[in-house]
Unconditional design. Structure first.
Length: 401
């Protein structure tokens, strides 16, 4: 087991109707005047926004509002939010929504105390040291941003989608009521579940070898979330299944599943190859949901690299699908690994996710543009289990059409 630092400082308030408690919870963090950030309208339609506002009112926490965060949030609104937060002199940023709203809120929270342009943090010109406190009411389990040290923002002018990382902006508070997710369209539930599984896989397929405690946690969460996803497909208001998915999303990305698997203490485990490849797709095509892109890219990446570490893939096959090779031959290994990858893809497709990039309206002629920005973001080679050249990346993209 490699050395690690694990820090998950978020206060999780998890369960029925806890959104109505957000006022007292943020007041306990010292908030008096918050910036309330939300997305394209789901929180208005579901009545959640009214509940949050009523709760803030009753706790005497005043607020300014920033609406309209789109999926794959864009830099322009972040800059607008920073200006508003400064004028209003807010002392906390409260995100009500999913990963996009939380990431927009994070970027505002660390953009406010910074003198330069917030994009500096995404172009490696600055690292986050100061940040307003962040709280969230989560409405979709997916990105894991409610507890993660990551923030991902798109810059449409440059066709770039980039992340920055720091423990400084892990949210202080996450209010998580699984009932808020009953209204999710199946497609969003499925995209979220895919992202959750991928966050675990990115860490599982690091080059650290076996770390039994972490690997068992990882495979156990994947199995639990797969069962729960199947249950909510049939019954969208299955509370326990929704709760399982919601808590899994947090544990998938708060780094619990990476303990002992990172190359160095304080680093994130894994090479994040599928995320690297997918982010170029949703950067160039913001209408593509991150999880939907991953549903295609993750199996394609697995098929391309598994032979670099068959033992690791056999551990995945056994831990998630209880499959072992029929015999110790190369063929036996290939059959077991291929079965596991095929099963994973069948599961994603069964939830309503695309099987191929063409199903997302994408074309092989788009690949050159993705490779151009991938090279800008990652250099000539990236990844860990099997470092990928740009030729490898091209081959994986093309194999996914
Ligand atoms: O905008 P509204 O109207 O609220 O609708 C949203 C949005 O269209 C809808 N939705 C959310 N909760 C709902 C709901 N609809 C009905 N009922 C509800 N309860 O769902 C849609 C997707 O929301 P979004 O926030 O975009 O989803 P997600 O949480 O998957 O976030 C995706 C973003 O997070 C980034 C992705 O790249 C993408 O930009 N990621 C962030 C990470 C992080 N910060 O740690 C890690 C991830 O790997 C990921 O890269
Ligand atoms: Zn993700």
């Amino acid at each position: 087991m490699n050395d690690f630092v694990f820090q998950s400082p978020t206060r999780f308030v998890f369960g029925r109707d806890f959104a109505d408690r957000v006022g007292e919870e943020v007041a306990a963090l010292g908030a008096q005047h918050a910036l309330l950030v939300y997305g394209g309208g789901s929180v208005v339609r579901t009545g959640l926004l009214d509940r949050v506002e009523a709760s803030l009112d009753s706790a005497d926490v005043t607020y300014a509002e920033l609406a309209g965060v789109r999926p794959n949030p864009e830099l322009g609104l972040v800059r607008k939010g920073i200006d508003l937060a400064r004028v209003e002199k807010v002392d906390l940023v409260l995100a009500v929504g999913g990963g996009s709203v939380i990431d927009c809120s994070k970027a505002i929270a660390f953009g406010v105390p910074y003198q330069g342009d917030v994009w500096d943090f995404f172009s490696c010109k600055a690292s986050v040291r100061e940040c307003l406190p962040i709280a969230c009411v989560l409405t979709i389990p997916a990105a894991g941003s409610e507890a993660s040290a990551s923030c991902v923002i798109s810059n449409d002018a440059l066709s770039l989608k980039r992340g920055t990382s720091s423990d400084a902006f892990r949210p202080r508070l996450a209010i998580m009521d699984p009932r808020l997710t009953f209204t999710l369209p199946q497609y969003q539930t499925a995209a979220g579940v895919t992202d959750i599984i991928c966050h675990i896989c990115e860490r599982f397929f690091s080059s650290a070898g076996a770390v039994p405690v972490t690997d068992n946690i990882a495979c156990g969460i994947i199995r639990a979330v797969m069962d729960a996803a199947t249950a909510v497909t049939e019954k969208p208001d299955d509370y326990d299944a929704r709760a399982t998915i919601m808590w899994s999303g947090t544990l998938a990305h708060n780094d619990l599943c990476g303990c002992g698997r990172a190359a160095a203490a304080g680093k994130r485990a894994g090479g994040w190859e599928s995320h690297g490849l997918e982010h170029e797709i949703s950067a160039h095509h913001p209408e593509v949901a991150h999880g939907a892109g991953l549903a295609v890219i993750l199996p394609a990446w697995m098929r391309y690299v598994w032979h670099a570490d068959p033992t690791r893939f056999l551990a995945f096959a056994k831990g998630v699908f209880d499959v072992e090779p029929m015999d110790k031959t190369d063929e036996g290994t290939q059959d077991a690994v291929t079965y596991a990858i095929d099963e994973l893809q069948r599961f994603f497709v069964g939830l309503g996710m695309p099987r191929a990039l063409a199903d997302l309206g994408l074309s092989p002629t788009d690949v050159d543009a993705w490779l151009g920005t991938l090279r800008q973001n990652k250099g000539e080679r990236f990844g860990e289990l099997m470092p990928l050249t740009m030729d490898d990346a091209r081959a994986i993209y093309l194999s996914a059409f």
